[in-house]
Write a protein that binds this ligand. Structure first.
Ligand SMILES: [Zn+2]
Length: 131
């Protein structure tokens, strides 16, 4: 037995479709903004590298050398951590993984620092203030 679709059903279907579109739209925005998370790498108070931390990006690099001190940095799945370091205290190694806006890893002996800046969170702040 088949019931006829009435006006009420159509309104309900339209509402469900609209909700799905809104979810898709906001999901898409998130994906775009996730690509705008950047790890800034500083050595001796100078910016030596900028890495866009997209979900599928993976890299490992070393800043400095054996003589003056070095930090090996690993970036994977939107997270950054120190993989190896020459410093005696290894505090930078114990700071673990960072992934959020404003988080930092510091290595004082090597005057080395990584800071994450999430552009999407910044943008949201601006939108919020403008309202
Ligand atoms: Zn260190």
């Amino acid at each position: 037995m088949k019931t006829k679709i009435n006006r009420y059903d159509i309104a309900l279907i339209a509402a469900i479709v609209l909700i799905n579109v809104v979810i898709l739209f906001s999901g898409g925005r998130k994906a775009v903004h996730a690509d705008e998370k950047i790890a800034y790498v500083y050595s001796h108070e100078e910016l030596v590298g900028e890495y866009v931390m997209s979900d599928d990006y993976e890299t490992e690099f070393t800043v400095g050398d054996e003589k003056s001190g070095y930090n090996t940095v690993h970036i994977e799945n939107g997270e950054v951590w120190i993989h190896d370091a020459s410093c005696p205290d290894k505090i930078c190694l114990s700071q673990g993984k960072i992934s959020r806006d404003g988080e930092i890893i510091v290595c004082l002996p090597n005057q080395f620092m990584i800071q994450i800046e999430d552009k999407s969170e910044e943008e949201n702040d601006v939108d919020f203030m403008a309202q």
